[in-house]
Write a protein that binds this ligand. Structure first.
Ligand code: F6P
Length: 323
């Protein structure tokens, strides 16, 4: 049965989104469907900016970070009138189903379209890796590896100068990137929103590393942690040295750029292709992700408005490994 589908990427871009767009496009074309890309996420649904996608249009993008379709945050879509206008635009073009590649906010938007009777399948994609219903989201592996590369580079200079570095990475209210990169990068201490640690405790862990004769120390700090880099620097200024000279690096959006890792490209390809298969079977209203390395679909109604915290129990391992 032929079908006309559209794809959008929404929220913060994530490395691997392009690989997902390619997989959905080619998977759909292989079934004889017509495929359209929506420019700039939900904003494009409202602005009626659709582009037809052929196999060659998604050539040479599997290795590119960001999203060729563009992404945006569209507050108007949260309003009933905005969603009604999006549905009118989809209907006017005869588009029967939509694939939404994105994280929490994006899938909450997808849930509201599904609730209004439109066929939607979500594809889990956010560097934060905090989407409910999946062990891993497209982009998070790349973000962890970019953070890790920065940590490794900072350790080199920290060690040469007997310094401590506080490295802040992204993740919004989730500590996944900081936790994974900090564990892999041999951090002395990690501050994440899931396990509150005070500036005094972070400073004490750095000081203890100095006393144990370490040549350097690293604190990896999630942007959403109560002990942010500002709080740590303020504490040091007020309460005294941590032994090492302390420096700060905030990675910011650097973490979101660059080429996706092999793991993200493979994940995006698997999830994108699976989304097409589900549409072909008439299975909609779900987000596809991974559970125990198998593709798992979770109802949009369960995913909407929920998040998944990082595994804070790994912090004990970090403490032991820092001895
Ligand atoms: O959700 C992805 C993310 O990069 C978060 O880690 C971060 O808090 C946020 O987006 C930044 O948003 P913006 O790109 O709108 O500044």
């Amino acid at each position: 049965m032929t079908m006309r589908i559209a794809i959008l990427t929404s929220g913060g871009d994530a490395p691997g989104m392009n690989a997902a767009v390619r997989a959905i496009t080619r998977g759909g074309l292989a079934k004889g469907w017509e495929v359209f890309g929506v420019r700039n996420g939900y904003a494009g649904l409202l602005a009626d900016t659709f582009v037809p996608l052929q196999a060659r249009d998604v050539g040479g993008i599997v290795q590119e970070g960001g999203t060729m379709l563009g992404s945006a945050r569209a507050p108007e879509f949260k309003e009933a009138e905005g969603r009604a206008s999006a549905l009118r635009n989809l209907a006017a073009r005869g588009i029967e189903a939509l694939v939404v590649i994105g994280g929490n906010g994006s899938q909450t938007g997808a849930a509201s379209l599904h609730k209004q009777g439109f066929k939607v399948v979500g594809v889990a994609s956010t560097i934060d890796n905090d989407l409910y219903g999946t062990d891993v989201s497209i982009g998070s592996d790349t973000a962890v590896n970019i953070t890790l590369e920065a940590i490794d580079r900072l350790r080199t200079t920290a060690s040469s100068h007997q310094r401590a570095f506080a490295v802040e990475t992204m993740g919004r209210d989730c500590g996944y990137i900081a936790l994974m990169a900090g564990l892999a990068g041999g951090a002395e201490v990690i501050a994440i929103p899931e396990s509150e640690i005070t500036p005094a405790e972070v400073a004490e862990r750095l000081r203890a590393a100095y006393r144990r004769g370490k040549t350097h120390a690293l604190a990896v700090i999630a942007e959403g942690a109560r002990c942010g880099v500002r709080e740590l620097m303020a504490y040091e200024k007020e309460c005294g040295s941590v032994g090492f000279e302390l420096r700060v690096t905030r990675l910011g959006h650097v973490v979101r750029g660059g080429a996706p890792t092999a793991a993200d490209r493979v994940l995006a390809t698997r999830l994108g292709a699976d989304a097409v298969e589900r549409l072909a079977r008439g299975e909609t209203g779900v987000v596809v992700g991974l559970s125990c390395n198998e593709i798992a679909a979770t109802p949009l109604t369960e995913v909407a408005g929920r998040t998944r915290p990082a595994n804070a129990s790994l912090l004990e391992l970090v403490r032991v490994m820092a001895l």
